[in-house]
Design a protein around this ligand. Structure first.
Ligand code: NAI
Length: 473
């Protein structure tokens, strides 16, 4: 058994881990990144990136399919699922290859194997060839082990008909009837993909609304669209179990609660996608044995990403929510700089979130409801996509921009967009929230015409009472 010494050891090669290792390499730190599956983690291999490939295909397919109203006739339109999957797999391969080469060119070593922390400065790795190696970290160990799909009782994954998101991005056939358990981000993104490809979609959601925590006006637009396209949505409902039928289908038993009664309904589906959240991967790494606090799988940290054991850090999903790749990447950069002795800490104001439903939702900062719960007096400006020339020209008029600001100071507290390209548009909002911008900062900035982004300028001006392309009431 050999021992190698590094400045820092990063466990996990997902967006948080690989970013941290690259930044450490840039800062001249001797670094190794240990990964047990493939670099890129959930995000690149079966999460963000592959799902966006399918979403973009579904979007194109739908646009062409319904193109007749704008004079686009595509008779004989046909989706080849196998070819689509090959294309998607190619994107994943290209991106994981790029990450490997970025690690290499920044002189961060990549080691494939299963890592376990055996002391506050030591990691033991069981490599792919079965050999064990002990690594010593003179500056710190970074836990970037991410999170795993939650399974629920009564729905044991079989990789074909009862599946999680990992399998759902690799289906070789479009299910005739798809039932999604969990009306959260994954459920609606992937459920929406297969609905656009022709599946009959049913969504079972335990709480009283889809996408809990997201601005309810935004969610309403997406829910309306799902229903318009034929989806059945059952809220306040819990999937209790299922039974396989002789024709190969699955009967799913769903309990629905309201103030007066509890009823059980049966839904028949060909594929059941379980998307009820992710569980942080903080257990089984030897952390607790080394004195690191682990709470329900999460590894709590301070503003520097440090756990209660000074030489051990945690970033990304395993260190707490929101479970978003971009939050993990930023934490990776912060921790790398802390380890390299630079003055750095996590002190961001807002973390944007983008949900790739139809239409997209993107948010940053406080919702109107959250601001009011905090006792803040707010002013709200809304502007519809339908009033934008660019949205009309793109045949994408669903949705709106909503800016929430302090009534007295006009400081922007939150921005919520539902509509085409919301995932890109939100980044101007993120900058505004981060810089404590005022409504006037956005409203008086000249926005290029004709663009979707003009909607954010107009919504800010509407909050001030003088938007141009809408009546200010
Ligand atoms: P989620 O937390 O977004 O949604 C899970 C939903 O399932 C919730 O609405 C919850 O109320 C519901 N639920 C829980 N137990 C249930 C039950 N037994 N029956 C019915 N409903 C039940 O989790 P999801 O969609 O699995 O996503 C996991 C994580 O991945 C999230 O943290 C999300 O932010 C992240 N993600 C982010 C994406 C993005 O940024 N675009 C894309 C995909 C995932």
């Amino acid at each position: 058994m050999s021992t190698s010494t590094y400045d820092s050891i990063v466990i996990g090669g997902g967006p948080g881990g690989y970013t941290c290792a690259i930044r450490l390499g840039q800062l001249g730190q001797k670094t190794v990144c240990i990964e047990k599956e493939e670099v890129g983690g959930v995000c690149l291999n079966w999460g963000c990136v592959p799902s966006k490939a399918l979403i973009s295909m579904a979007h194109t397919y739908e646009k062409v399919k319904h193109g007749a109203s704008i004079g686009l006739h595509a008779d004989g339109l046909r989706l080849d699922v196998g070819e689509m999957q090959l294309w998607k797999d190619g994107i994943v391969k290209k991106q994981t290859g790029a990450v490997r080469s970025l690690l290499k060119s920044n002189r961060a070593e990549l080691l494939y194997g299963n890592a376990r922390v055996v002391a506050p400065d030591k990691v033991q790795v069981t490599k792919r060839d079965g050999q064990t190696e002990t690594l010593l970290a003179t500056k710190g160990i970074v836990i970037a082990t991410g999170s795993s799909t939650i399974e629920i009782p009564g729905f044991k994954f079989d990789s074909k008909q009862i599946i999680g998101a990992r399998e759902a991005v690799s289906l070789r056939e479009i299910p005739r009837r798809l039932l999604v358990i969990g009306g959260g981000v994954i459920g609606l993104e992937l459920g929406g993909v297969y609905q656009r490809f022709g599946s009959d979609l049913t969504v079972i959601e335990a709480t009283s609304s889809l996408l809990p925590g997201v601005d309810s006006d935004c969610t309403a637009v997406v829910q309306k669209r799902l229903i318009k396209d034929g989806a059945k949505i059952q809220t306040n409902a819990t999937a209790k179990g299922c039974e396989r039928n002789s024709d190969g289908s699955i009967s799913v038993f769903v309990e629905t609660k309201n103030a007066e009664s509890v009823t059980t309904q049966t839904y028949v589906a060909d594929v059941v996608l379980v998307a009820v959240g992710m569980r942080p991967n903080g257990v089984g790494l030897g952390l607790e044995e080394c004195g690191v606090k682990v709470e329900r799988g999460f590894v709590p940290t301070d503003a520097f990403g440090r756990t209660n054991v000074p030489s051990i850090f945690a970033i990304g999903d395993v260190s707490g929510g929101p479970m978003l790749a971009h939050k993990a990447m930023k934490e990776g950069e912060v921790v790398a700089e802390v380890l390299a002795g630079l003055k750095m800490a996590k002190d961001w104001v807002g973390i944007p979130a983008a949900i790739f439903t139809e239409p997209e939702i993107a948010t940053v900062g406080l919702t109107e409801a959250q601001a009011k719960e905090k006792g803040l007096s707010v002013v709200v400006g809304k502007f519809p996509f339908s009033a934008l020339g660019r949205a009309l020209a793109a045949n994408a008029t669903d949705g709106f921009f909503k800016v929430v600001a302090q009534e007295k100071t006009h400081e922007v507290l939150g921005i919520h967009i539902v509509g085409s390209s919301a995932s890109d548009l939100i980044n101007e909002g993120a900058l505004a929230v981060e810089m404590h911008a005022f409504l006037e900062d956005i409203g008086l900035t000249i926005h290029a015409h004709p663009t979707f982004a003009e909607g954010l300028m107009e919504a800010s001006m509407r909050a001030l009472g003088h938007a141009i392309h809408v009546v200010n009431r």
